[in-house]
Structure formats: structure tokens, C-alpha cells
Design a binder for this molecule. Structure first.
Ligand SMILES: [Zn+2]
Ligand SMILES: [Zn+2]
Length: 241
């Protein structure tokens, strides 16, 4: 017998499908119009998607939404945010057993890091959005593909739907952060599960909430080589997604 909870979940999925369709339409408009302001219309839609998916424990949808956030941050040249979103998406995928998706996200992240020079160049010449979208592989989210990706989860069982409640939720993967396997930031009290703590140390060693170092024995690491930080970063205002 189908439980009322599953019926409720299917209703949510329908709404998520409609939201992702709307995101796609705006992405098409973004590419055609070259108007960066459209991103500020897409962002609240993604946030809505995230809120609903998280509340219902629909992690596959949540992961896709974070990937989209990561790619949009990238086309705004906000590399730091993009790396964080992709790290979150990868950790969620790992935590919930979507291994193929986790590998795909790791590949995206790697490709971005290998092309930092190109991204810097594109920023300098203020390249057209369509060009940036292509490089960020945003085409995966156009022409019905985003919706298709979102809808890939054909069958949902009760077991797949886990909702983590309470304040002890990992800041990165949104999963439960309980027991001994957690890190609590001594400065801001943010929770990180054990695996995400390591992922954040590897990424930048910086608390996402208060910026203090997570492993105090190591320095905070920006994504750019240290020598560049002194001369250019101060003068140039970093882009914010
Ligand atoms: Zn975590
Ligand atoms: Zn903190």
C-alpha cells in the first residue's frame, strides 16, 4: 500500500519539477539576453528548491540544486563560493550514496581548478555570458536536461527519505552531525560532521560561518597561490555571487 507520506513526497516532486522548469527558462533567457541581473531571479528559485528538497529529505534534488548554484557562482567569477557549493554537492552525494553523481561533481570541480587562468581571462575581458555558460557546463541545465536530471529519481521508497531535524546538522552536507564524530567550531559553534570537517580542511581550512581556521595548526588556504594574494587581492574587489 502506498503511504500518505509517499503521496505527499510525489506532490513535492511535481512542484520541484515546475521550479526546475522555471530555472531552465530563466537560464535560456540569461544566455540569450546576456543580462547578468537574471541570476538574481534564478537564485531565489534555487533556494526554494533547496528548502523544499531538504525539508522533504529529497537529497537527489538537493544535490542538483547545489550543483546549479556552484555553476552560477562560477559564471559570476565567484570561485570561492563555487568551490563551496560544489564541495557541498559532492559531500551530500557521497553521504547519500549517489557515487556516480559524486564523481561527476568532483570532475566538475577539477575542471574548474584546471581552468582558473581561462576564467581569470574571461573576467578581464568581461566575456559574454553565453561563453561563460558553455565553459561552466551550464548547458546540462538547459533544454529540459535539468528537469530530466531532477526527475531521474524514478522510484522513491520510505528508506530513501531521511529528514534530519534539530540543530546538530552538518553545515556542509546537511546530514546529521551527532555523537563523537563531529567538529564544533569553537568560535561560532557551527557543526560539521567528521568527513565534511576533513573536506573543508582540504578545501580551504576555514570555517564557512566565521572564517576562523578549522585546523589551528595549519594556515587558512585561499584557492589561489599565496604569492598572488598580497599584490592583487587587496586592490581587486572579489566578485560575489
Ligand atoms: Zn557533513
Ligand atoms: Zn566558525
Amino acid at each position: 500500500m502506498i503511504s500518505s507520506r509517499i503521496i505527499h513526497i510525489w506532490k513535492i516532486i511535481k512542484i520541484l519539477g515546475a521550479l526546475s522548469e522555471l530555472c531552465e527558462l530563466l537560464l535560456v533567457e540569461l544566455r540569450v539576453s546576456n543580462d547578468i541581473n537574471i541570476i538574481s531571479e534564478i537564485k531565489p528559485l534555487i533556494e526554494k528548491l533547496i528548502g523544499m528538497a531538504q525539508h522533504s529529505g529529497l537529497y537527489y534534488f538537493l544535490i542538483e540544486a547545489y550543483i546549479l548554484h556552484g555553476k552560477l557562482a562560477l559564471i559570476m567569477f565567484d570561485i570561492k563560493s563555487s568551490r563551496r557549493y560544489l564541495t557541498q554537492a559532492r559531500r551530500m552525494a557521497e553521504r547519500h550514496g549517489y557515487i556516480g553523481l559524486a564523481n561527476e561533481i568532483a570532475g566538475l570541480h577539477r575542471a574548474m581548478m584546471e581552468r582558473l587562468d581561462i576564467w581569470e581571462q574571461l573576467e578581464k575581458i568581461d566575456a559574454p555570458i553565453s561563453e561563460r555558460m558553455e565553459l561552466a557546463r551550464l548547458d546540462d541545465h538547459l533544454k529540459g536536461k535539468f528537469r530530466m536530471r531532477m526527475m531521474k529519481m524514478e522510484r522513491i521508497t520510505e528508506g530513501e527519505v531521511t529528514v534530519y531535524k534539530g540543530s546538530q546538522t552538518c553545515l556542509v552536507c546537511k546530514g546529521s552531525a551527532e555523537g563523537f564524530n563531529i567538529y564544533i567550531c569553537p568560535t561560532c559553534n557551527s557543526f560539521y560532521c567528521k568527513v565534511c570537517t576533513q573536506a573543508v580542511i582540504d578545501l580551504e581550512n576555514q570555517c564557512w560561518s566565521c572564517n576562523s581556521p578549522i585546523d589551528a595548526s595549519k594556515p587558512v588556504k585561499p584557492y589561489k597561490p599565496v604569492k598572488e594574494v598580497g599584490d592583487t587581492k587587496e586592490s581587486k574587489q572579489p566578485k560575489k555571487y
